[in-house]
Design a protein around this ligand. Structure first.
Ligand code: NAD
Length: 282
């Protein structure tokens, strides 16, 4: 008698839950924008779970090399760095190709690189609009286009797009960022549907505020845009929509990303998962 429900594969069921949660050994991951903040936290967590990693992003070369070396040594995995600019499609293509040459085709792709600019729409610089759309949205299209075919061919892949609560709801003065993040969630759904029968999942994580350099850098602009003193911005603007009134942590976001990369997350696809302290529950 047939005991396996149609569409399931009993042989793939994890014998050991704990093992399944650290089962990224032998996988390789590209994490864009991983020289800082959330991306670095995700790269660290993936390496700790056994994945080889291509770091990406800007910063002081010596500091990046030190991070790369520490990650590789601490977790016994290969770690490389690509300085590819996510606003440049040709650099994205060569980052994905170089990853494949060094570490094999990417099993995991985390689109995390992002920038922000805070300004009323009347004075929002068009150059900032173009840069935010390029780095926060179009880069994900280009990385997926480059990395997905090999995932599909091998029947396994995980694509995670770091969107934002601002992919689900808006705030004033963030026209480009909110537009790009809503777009990322749309892209996530389309890729999930196209990949659904290929063993490849695509999901968006939607953090609320996480204390990183990206948030620290907004305090002055938010103060100017809202006409508030700097010290009131964190309490009255930044954390006002986040019911927990605390910043989410990089580790909380990284743990969710790692879970999405396990085999136990095979049925989670096409989602926009908030990690926002209840912000979008309102
Ligand atoms: P961060 O400023 O700490 O890190 C951004 C990373 O992106 C850095 O490594 C930087 O070098 C890299 N980067 C920037 N421009 C790049 C480019 N053109 N090419 C390649 N790399 C580039 O920011 P973060 O707060 O860690 O944000 C990471 C992601 O999380 C972003 O997509 C952001 O929108 C999203 N996010 C952040 C928060 C938050 O509160 N911090 C909330 C929701 C979503």
């Amino acid at each position: 008698m047939e005991t396996t429900p149609p569409g399931s594969d009993a042989s793939a069921a994890p014998a050991d839950l704990a093992q399944a949660l650290t089962a990224l050994k032998g996988r390789s991951a590209i994490v864009t924008g991983s020289t800082s903040g959330i991306g670095l936290g995700i790269a660290r967590a993936l390496a700790a779970s056994g994945a080889a990693v291509t770091l990406n992003g800007f910063g002081d070369p010596a500091a990046i090399e030190e991070t790369r070396r520490q990650l590789a040594e601490a977790h016994g995995v290969a770690v490389h760095h690509s300085g590819a600019d996510m606003s440049k499609p040709d650099e994205i293509a060569s980052m994905v190709a170089t990853h494949a040459e060094r570490l094999g085709p990417a099993d995991i792709l985390v689109n995390n690189a992002g920038i922000q600019h805070v300004s009323p729409i009347e004075s929002f610089p068009a150059t900032k609009w173009d840069a935010i759309l390029a780095i926060n949205l179009s880069a994900a299209f280009h990385t997926i286009q480059a990395a997905y075919p090999a995932m599909k061919a091998r029947g396994w892949g995980r694509i995670i797009n770091i969107a934002s609560a601002h992919g689900l709801v808006a705030s004033p003065f963030k026209s480009a960022y909110v537009a790009a993040k809503h777009g990322v969630i749309g892209l996530t759904k389309v890729v999930a549907l196209e990949a659904a029968e290929c063993g490849v999942t695509c999901n968006a994580i939607c953090p609320g505020y996480v204390w990183t350099p990206l948030v620290a850098a907004q305090i002055d602009d938010q103060a100017a845009a809202h006409g508030l003193p700097r010290d009131r911005v964190v309490r009255d603007v930044i954390l006002a929509p986040q019911p927990t009134r605390r910043f989410a942590t990089v580790d909380e976001i990284a743990a969710l990303a790692v879970f999405l990369c396990t085999d136990l997350a095979a049925s989670i696809t096409g989602t926009a998962l908030p990690a926002d302290g209840g912000w979008t529950a309102r």
